[in-house]
Structure formats: structure tokens, C-alpha cells
Design a protein around this ligand. Sequence first.
Ligand SMILES: [Zn+2]
Length: 257
Amino acid sequence: MNANLKSVQPSADAVARARIDLAACYRLADRFGLNEGIDNHLTLMVPGFADRFLLAPFGMHWSEVKASDFMVVNFNGEVLSGQGAVEPTALYIHQPVHRLSPQGRCVLHTHMPYATALCMLENPRLEMAVQSALGFYDDVAYDATYNGLAYDVSEGERLARALGDKSVLMMANHGVLVVGTTIPRAFERLYFLERAAQAQVLALSTGRPLQLIPEATIQKTIAQFAAGGEVGGRDRSELHFDALKRVLDRSHSDYAS
Ligand SMILES: [Zn+2]
């Protein structure tokens, strides 16, 4: 058991907030076109627990997921509360990452189009050729092996090892895993990863070569990102996620119910 996942007495408020934020995450991923059919999965460790996570019942469209829909699923795949089916790859990809990755309180797996397009290439690397990509400098792992559907825990454990201490895993011929210690941080990574991949794919579609950013400029910009991580005393990712939730509140407020 990971030491960072030690169980503590959960607060009912923390769990309720987590459910609302995870529902928002599903709705926003749908809004930005990051989902694929009813597949892919977004999960969050239940606050205060080290052995169970929140998962939407399989079969729901991401545009209809509500805070009250989530099942609580333990690491054996047993549904502890809520109702619905646990899709096998949701269990076998997400359980090992939650269990083995200290940074994986929130685990987002999608086949979002532009990042997945990069995962189809012989060289899937996110190039340091646009400002939004610089936020991922030295934070992307690449798994070069596609093994078909993850139908056993060993495949998820292999993916967790491939992820290592990074926040992004580009999965060859498949999609991405993005993790974070909180939902806002993980969603921020998912969103900007897709935006950076989109810019790269569009640039490459011109058939002209990319102009890479010089290493010294990369380092300078990364230092600027680090210094500007908080604005007005608040984390940028939280400000972004709060803004996105206000958008949902105006048009799809049932997500929080
Ligand atoms: Zn997948």
C-alpha cells in the first residue's frame, strides 16, 4: 500500500465535493470532445480512503453523469455503494494506477483525438514547439507497447510502472492516461495536453517542419510557469476548474445533483 494513500477519517463534505467535481469533469470532457462513445473512464480516490474510488456506471453517456450516479468501487472491483456495471478495463487500468502512483488520486483515461493521433505515430513525442507544450516538459512518459484491451491487473500495473512519477502517459496505439493529486490539476493537464497535441498535429499537417523552442528558452519559460502557478493566492488549475464549473452551472447545473 502506498504510504501517501493512508486512510483517514473522511469528511462527508469532502466526499460530496469530490462527487460534484468528478461529475463536472465528465461533463467538461464531453463538452470539449475528449470522450469516445461510452468508453474511457475518469476516476477519483474517495477522499479519506486508500482502497476505493469513484467510478461512473458503465453505459452512461458522459453528458448525463451526475454527482449522485457514482459507484464506490474497491480495489477488488466490488461495488461498495451505488448501482451499475464496472467495465473491466476501468478496473484494470485505474486500480493499479490509483494503488501504485502517489500522484494518481485522480486518474483520467481518454482517447481524446489529437493526443491519441500522436500516440499512433512511430515517434509520438509531444514536441517543445508551442508554449502550451512547455508545461509538459519532462512530465510525459511514453509506453511503446500496445497489448490489446487491459483485461487483467498486470497490464494496469505495467502501465502504472510506465507512468512512473510523470503526470501523463502516452499509450501507443491507444490513448492517454493523465493523473493528478486533485481533480482540477488532473483536468488542467488533460485539457492542455489535448490543446498542445492539437497545435502540433495541425502544424505538422502543413507538411512543413516544426520550429523547436531552444532549450534555454524552454528552461526560462518553465521557471516563469512555476513562479506564476498561483494568481491572487489561488492555484491556476483551481481558478480554471471553477470557471468551467460556472459555465456548467449556467447551462447544465444538474451535474451537481
Ligand atoms: Zn482506452
